[in-house]
Design a protein around this ligand. Structure first.
Ligand code: PRP
Length: 205
């Protein structure tokens, strides 16, 4: 099978959960992006791109539900995984805080323009969305945005930048993704993997 795993903070949990299910993978080393391990191939990609690889042909992937929601990729999600737990929240400078319902005309910086757009559409509030690629907390700090929608795990980054959470947009967790065609053509292998991970999670091993 071909696996695409996310670089960064979800990589360790991803390798661990697969190992507990009996699949011992080694990520590619320094600067290499593909590694062959026995019958398997491991690719490393940016977490944001994992759903795209899985939609277009890689058998199995792991990434956050935030990314899957934002990308809207056509992939199967057979399992939620027990790591990568955090939340996507709306935050703003403490001194200017308002309720999301009162944010008409506000500018919101985020890596998640689709999820953010849907959140405000549901509230019938029109905001201007400013798409950035990282260090989102900087935008309100320097005055180019009024608020942010970003990942909050411990809350340390928000506090360090004088921001407070005003609403939870979604709860986030790592997910197992499966390519639609692989689910049919590699049914036995993929079913075995899903059951193996499920059992490992249930046994807390
Ligand atoms: C993420 C996220 C926040 C921070 C939240 O950033 O975007 O900035 O972690 O974690 P905390 O609540 O524990 O402080 P990441 O380090 O992944 O990089 P980025 O800013 O480039 O997105």
């Amino acid at each position: 099978m071909r696996f695409v795993l996310p670089k960064g903070r979800l990589l360790r949990g991803s390798l661990e959960v697969l190992q507990r299910a009996g699949i011992e993978l080694r990520p590619p080393g320094e600067r290499r992006l593909v590694e062959r391990v026995g019958n398997h191939e491991v690719l490393l990609a940016r977490a944001f791109d994992v759903p795209v690889y899985v939609e277009y042909g890689v058998d199995v992937g792991i990434t956050g539900s935030d990314v899957v929601e934002e990308r809207g990729s056509d992939v199967l999600v057979p399992l939620e995984l027990p790591f990568g737990k955090c939340r996507l929240s709306l935050a703003m400078p403490n001194e200017n805080r308002v309720d999301p319902e009162d944010m008409d005309g506000y500018r919101v910086a985020t890596k998640y323009p689709n999820v953010t757009g849907r959140f405000f559409e549901k509230l019938d509030v029109e905001v201007d969305i400013l798409r950035l690629s990282g260090s989102i907390e900087l935008a309100p700090k320097v005055g180019i945005a009024d608020a942010i929608v970003d990942i909050v795990e411990t809350g340390t980054t928000l506090r360090a930048n004088g921001l407070v959470e005003v609403a939870r947009v979604m709860d986030v967790s790592a997910l197992l993704l499966v390519n639609r065609i692989a689910q049919k053509t590699k049914f036995e292998e993929i079913n075995g993997l899903v059951l193996g991970i499920k059992e490992a999670i249930e046994n807390g091993s």
